[in-house]
Design a protein around this ligand. Structure first.
Ligand code: 5GP
Length: 191
């Protein structure tokens, strides 16, 4: 059986990547498997342990790093995030195309380890629009939103200075962005 793809899917928080991914996951022909990350962040209302993330203590996270359980890991704003390796390997062996929804530092580590991975970065139409969406979501306080917006500026600058992502998709129109990402994955699957 052909080994599944490793798809790195990134974008600033509030850009709509979660919504895009949720739609793509419903498309059976894409044969996707979502890699649930480990994080030290507290769950947001509605988030479920083992579904959105594995919510763990700092101690457990450090242990996972030490034991080599994580394919990559990075610190983002005030928390740690990492990709459990075993699930990714197992699903790819089964022919599933595994999606990693991760930030840019983790993405770099993946591209070094797995140069054949497919990488997609979702950008907002503007920083102002991103800030508006973050506020609309109402899941973070003001200070956290400001931190995330400032992180967004920094990350966009970094992105412009590098060319680590193979595909950059603008989420101006949700349906168009979904169709574009779908096409990128289908094209890669045919190779
Ligand atoms: P949030 O706290 O909004 O869920 O996620 C913050 C950032 O961490 C997002 O950009 C998200 O994609 C990224 N992230 C989530 N899981 C992982 C992971 O396992 N590794 C890395 N490097 N980043 C992650």
């Amino acid at each position: 059986m052909k080994k599944g793809l490793l798809i790195v899917f990134s974008g600033l928080s509030g850009v709509g990547k979660g919504t895009i991914l949720a739609e793509l996951m419903k498309m059976e022909d894409l044969n996707l498997a979502y890699s649930v990350s480990m994080t030290t962040r507290d769950p947001r209302p509605g988030e479920v342990d083992g579904v959105n993330y594995f919510f763990v203590s700092k101690k457990r996270f450090l242990e996972a790093v030490k034991n080599g359980e994580l394919l990559e890991h990075a610190r983002f704003v005030d928390n740690d995030y990492g990709t459990p390796k075993a699930y990714v390997d197992e699903q790819r062996q089964l022919g599933k195309n595994v999606v990693l929804e991760i930030e840019i530092k983790g993405a770099r580590q993946i591209m070094e380890k797995c140069p054949d991975s497919l990488s997609i970065y979702i950008v907002p139409p503007s920083i102002e629009e991103l800030e508006r969406r973050l506020r609309e979501r109402q899941s973070e306080d003001d200070q956290t939103i400001m931190k995330r917006v400032s992180k967004a500026r920094q990350e966009l600058k970094e992105l412009q200075e590098s060319d680590i992502y193979e595909h950059i998709v603008c989420n101006d129109d949700l349906d168009k962005a979904i169709a574009e990402v779908r096409e990128i994955i289908l094209t890669e699957m045919k190779k």
